[in-house]
Structure formats: structure tokens, C-alpha cells
Design a protein around this ligand. Structure first.
Ligand SMILES: [Zn+2]
Ligand SMILES: [Zn+2]
Length: 486
């Protein structure tokens, strides 16, 4: 390490021994196990350890989006230094990647695998994280921020190995892996890991249906021994009348109405993924005449992320193959520089990050110019945590006073507010169908709130009674089932 001594960011957080060891008898082998490195039972800092006869693989390296400082990290304190052989990153979202430099600093010999588009996105997101942590460190007095530096990110990138989908690669020690397109965001994959005849499939975040740009997942169809599967939407059935096409048209008519009455539309979007999906949607709607031509604004990090999406427009499996958003759409850009705000104009669409309108972000600052006027509309297209400004606005009555930023006066809410379901996660029914298809002998439910996991567990108890379904809690160490003929 140059510059400063190596950090031990988990120092001071007590190390708790594994809370439970699941050993279901002869079906299972203690020589191979899964350990949840998450700190809480919600969707937070995703990271899981597989120990396969001593070949140790960490799946994902996230940070908890709602926590700060060391508490946001996975339980890397449970891993001995330099004890991990491989780290696999399934996709670029921060709940799967934002602590990768911390893990890599602790596991200096580990090989790190991801797809090339994921690498490009993660690199940009980690550099942005450094900047966000630096300003939070100063504003909130979090002394451990930033958890890593731009230099460390640069060094990390050199250690990453890019693997394409559907080509087997060795993780060493007799363990083989293969990526499969997960249909969740550019570059996202699930990973099949094989060791001693044992087949373990980790879905990462997955969507089996097409989005506007991203094509639905292309996952293996054969049976597996252990399936580690996300369960995000387990507690949220989709209305039967829902179709994605219908939802796109509903969004179009909402935008059209707003523009016709002389207002503007704010669509708060996550810079990576959702921005590009929404821009592509707007382009298609304008081409088909569902939407009139009008100025579309994007800003800051969204532009940088869109450059990366465009770079891979021809080389990945996707819809609108070859369509480069920045080249083919006539977009307006928000002014650069911290102090320059976008000025409101009527008759425009503003697709600005962040998606949850977090304080100090472009969408949050811009909203103060838009909410008070009933000609305007605020249209949400992604997940909004109930505690975030976007979540609070969704719950608020018309005329309510909204605090967008604790340091600014509240704004009255008179514009239209609506939300649309363009989730990048599979429906619970599609996930369940996948589980039934691959008939795992053991299912581990991850990446979901307790209610979501409970729904899957109840369904599986009835539909796959032979399968052992486990909800791993933080710190649980769970034996994996032995191969069928092992
Ligand atoms: Zn994700
Ligand atoms: Zn996730």
C-alpha cells in the first residue's frame, strides 16, 4: 500500500461466531458450505462465502444503501486475511459492488471475476462512490470515509478478469464457474459453480422478462444441487392486468397530458440502468408518435453511465441492438459544476438522478422548482424507499409541505404524482417457475425482506416438498448438499 497504512475497516465491530450450522444429515456435506456475510435480514450489503472443500469463493461485495460507515459493510471480519481464492461480482449495482475495494484490500491474492460491461460500470460507480464518501465524510463527520481512494480503485481494476457469458472458466482448486445473462442490467449475470460434481447456481439479481433495452435472463435449464436465489418481489404480487406495454403507454399518456397543459415532467432515475431504460423508452414513444418531440434533460453521472451503455450497444445481447442513445437522441445536458442548477422550463422532460431524490442530488434540487405547480408532474419509475424524499412524496397528500433538504425551506406539493412499475427484478411467479424447473435439492433464499422470503418458503414447502429450503440469516453457515451421486 502506498500513502497510508492498510485500513481495517471492520476493526471495532465485534466478531460473532456463526450463529447456526445447518446439517441435514447424509444429504449434506460439511466439507462444503455457504456463509452469509450480510449484517442484517433485509436487502442490504450482499456478500456470501462459498467454501468448497477449501476453495473459498466470495459472491458479490456490496454496501448497505441505507447505512453509513463501517455498519454498511458486509461481515468481512469473518474472513481471515488472504483466505479467499476468488471473488465473483454478478452486476454493477452498489448493493453488490460498493465494498469491493475493501474486500480486495483484505484478500490480496483473490482473483476477481465479472463481465466486461460490469467492469466498466463498476469502475465508474466506485470512482463516484469515492467522491460521495468524501463529501459525506466531511458533512456527517464519518471519520472512516472514504473507505477507499481513487488510486485504490485504479489498482483494483487491473486485478479484475473479464469473462464472457456461457464460457466455463476455472476458479482454481478444481472449481469451475460459468456466467449466464441475468437480464437485470447491462452486464448482469448469474453464476454456475461446479466442484466435485456439485452444481451450485447463484442467480444474483435477475429478470426473466425483457425490459426496454435489457433482454430477459438466459439461465441454465438443467437441474442443480443448490440454488441461491434472489427473492426481492416475494411479498409483492403484480396486478393481473399489468403488462409492460400497458405501463409504457400509461407513462406516455401522463407525460402527454402534462406537456399539453403547459407543464414539465420530472422523472427521478438512478443514473445507471434506469436512466438508459427510460431514455430508450422516450425515444421509442417519440418515434411512434405517442409522445411529441420535446427537450429531454439528463445530467451529471447519468451522462457518464450512458456513454458506457452506448459503448456496449453492439457487443451485448440486448434489444435495440446498436442504438447509441447519446448519438441518436437529441438530449439536453444539465450544466456542469456543483453550484450550477438546472433551470426549470415548461414543456420539457427531466430524467434526473437520483431515483429516490436523495438530498443534494440533481433530482432533489430540481424538484424544488417543480412540485409547487399543478401543471407539472413527478413520475416515479423505480423503487423508492419509504424514508427517502421520493418515498415521502408518494405517501404525501396534495398541498402537503415536503422537506426535500433539511437545510432548505419545505415546498408545497401541488404537481401530479404517479408511479410506474418498470422493475428490473423478476416477478415472484417467474422466480418460482425457475425453481420448479431446475428442481434444486436445496434452495437458499437471499436478497429479500423477511416477508418476501417467507412467501417463497411457503410455496416451496408445498410444491417441492423434497427440496430443503433455507432462509440464511446473517452469520449462518449452511452445509451444501452433496452431489446426487456423490
Ligand atoms: Zn441489482
Ligand atoms: Zn441487488
Amino acid at each position: 500500500m502506498e500513502g497510508r497504512p492498510r485500513i481495517s475497516p471492520w476493526a471495532g465491530i465485534p466478531c460473532v461466531p456463526p450463529r447456526a450450522v445447518y446439517d441435514g444429515g447424509s444429504l449434506f456435506t460439511l466439507k462444503t458450505y455457504f456463509e452469509s456475510l450480510t449484517r442484517r435480514d433485509d436487502i442490504g450489503a450482499n456478500s456470501y462465502l462459498l467454501d468448497l472443500d477449501g476453495c473459498r469463493v466470495v459472491l458479490d461485495a456490496g454496501l448497505h444503501p441505507k447505512l453509513e460507515g463501517l455498519e454498511a459493510l458486509p461481515r468481512y471480519d469473518r474472513l481471515a486475511e488472504d483466505s479467499v481464492h476468488a471473488i465473483i461480482v454478478t452486476h454493477s449495482h452498489l448493493d453488490h459492488t460498493a465494498s469491493l475495494p475493501v474486500l480486495m484490500d483484505q484478500q490480496r491474492a483473490a482473483r476477481v471475476y465479472m463481465t466486461e460491461p460490469t467492469g466498466a460500470l463498476v469502475e465508474a460507480m466506485l470512482h463516484n462512490s469515492v467522491n460521495v464518501m468524501k463529501s459525506k465524510g466531511e458533512e456527517l463527520g464519518i471519520k472512516e470515509y472514504p473507505l477507499f481512494t481513487h488510486k485504490e480503485v485504479e489498482r483494483n481494476v487491473k486485478r479484475w478478469r473479464y469473462e464472457p457469458v456461457q464460457r466455463r472458466f476455472s476458479l482454481g482448486k478444481g472449481t469451475v464457474a460459468e456466467f449466464f445473462d441475468a437480464g437485470h442490467i447491462l452486464g448482469s449475470v448469474g453464476v454456475m459453480i461446479e466442484h466435485g460434481g456439485q452444481r451450485i447456481f447463484y442467480t444474483g439479481d435477475v429478470n426473466f422478462e425483457d425490459q426496454t433495452i435489457t433482454k430477459g435472463a438466459s439461465f441454465p435449464q438443467e437441474e442443480v444441487d443448490t440454488l441461491i436465489i434472489e427473492s426481492t418481489r416475494g411479498a409483492h404480487p403484480r396486478p393481473e392486468e399489468y403488462t409492460r406495454e400497458g405501463e409504457v403507454l400509461r407513462l406516455a399518456s401522463s407525460i402527454r397530458r402534462t406537456l399539453e397543459r403547459g407543464g414539465s415532467v420530472l422523472i427521478p432515475v438512478f443514473a445507471m440502468g434506469k436512466t438508459q431504460e427510460v431514455l430508450m423508452m422516450l425515444s421509442v414513444l417519440q418515434d411512434s408518435g405517442e409522445l411529441p418531440e420535446c427537450p429531454v434533460y439528463i445530467g451529471g453521472l447519468s451522462t457518464k453511465m450512458t456513454v458506457i451503455f452506448d459503448e456496449f450497444a453492439r457487443s451485448v445481447r440486448r434489444n435495440h441492438h446498436g442504438f447509441e442513445i447519446l448519438k441518436e437522441m437529441d438530449l439536453e445536458y444539465s450544466p456542469r459544476g456543483k453550484r450550477k442548477a438546472i433551470q426549470y422550463k415548461p414543456g420539457c422532460i427531466y430524467a434526473l438522478s437520483s431515483g429516490m431524490m436523495t438530498e443534494k442530488t440533481v433530482s432533489n434540487k430540481f424538484a424544488s422548482q417543480l412540485l409547487h405547480d399543478d401543471r407539472n408532474a413527478l413520475l416515479m419509475v423505480g423503487y423508492a424507499d419509504p424514508d427517502s424524499p421520493a418515498g415521502k412524496i408518494l405517501e404525501a397528500e396534495r398541498g402537503a409541505k415536503i422537506t426535500l433538504d433539511a437545510g432548505e425551506p419545505p415546498v408545497e406539493l401541488w404537481c401530479d404524482v404517479d408511479r410506474f412499475d418498470f422493475s428490473g427484478h423478476s416477478t415472484r411467479d417467474a422466480l418460482l417457475d425457475y425453481i420448479l424447473l431446475v428442481k434444486p435439492r436445496q434452495v437458499l433464499l437471499v436478497h429479500g425482506d423477511p416477508a418476501a422470503k417467507a412467501w417463497f418458503a411457503a410455496q416451496l414447502a408445498e410444491l417441492l416438498p423434497e427440496t430443503v429450503t433455507i432462509i440464511p440469516h446473517p452469520g449462518d453457515r449452511i452445509s451444501l448438499c452433496a452431489p446426487e451421486n456423490g
